[in-house]
Unconditional design. Structure first.
Length: 72
């Protein structure tokens, strides 16, 4: 993304009370240990590596939403 990275957006979301509790699933082409660690340190709920499997994406989105509504 030009101008800002997805991780920067995630950090901004987690710092803002209005966006803090929105579930975030990071989709990435870079899935090394350092990136995974940073993604979860910043507060992502899940991470998927590209190329994506649409069935797995659907299940993980469903799980994230289920957890969101169980604890709100």
């Amino acid at each position: 993304m030009p101008g800002i990275s997805g991780l920067e957006i995630l950090a901004q979301m987690r710092a803002d009370p209005h966006w803090k509790r929105i579930p975030v699933i990071v989709l990435t082409g870079v899935c090394d240990t350092s990136t995974k660690k940073r993604v979860f340190q910043l507060g992502a709920n899940d991470l998927l590596a590209k190329p994506l499997d649409s069935t797995e994406l659907t299940l993980r989105v469903g799980n994230a939403l289920t957890l969101k509504f169980q604890y709100d």
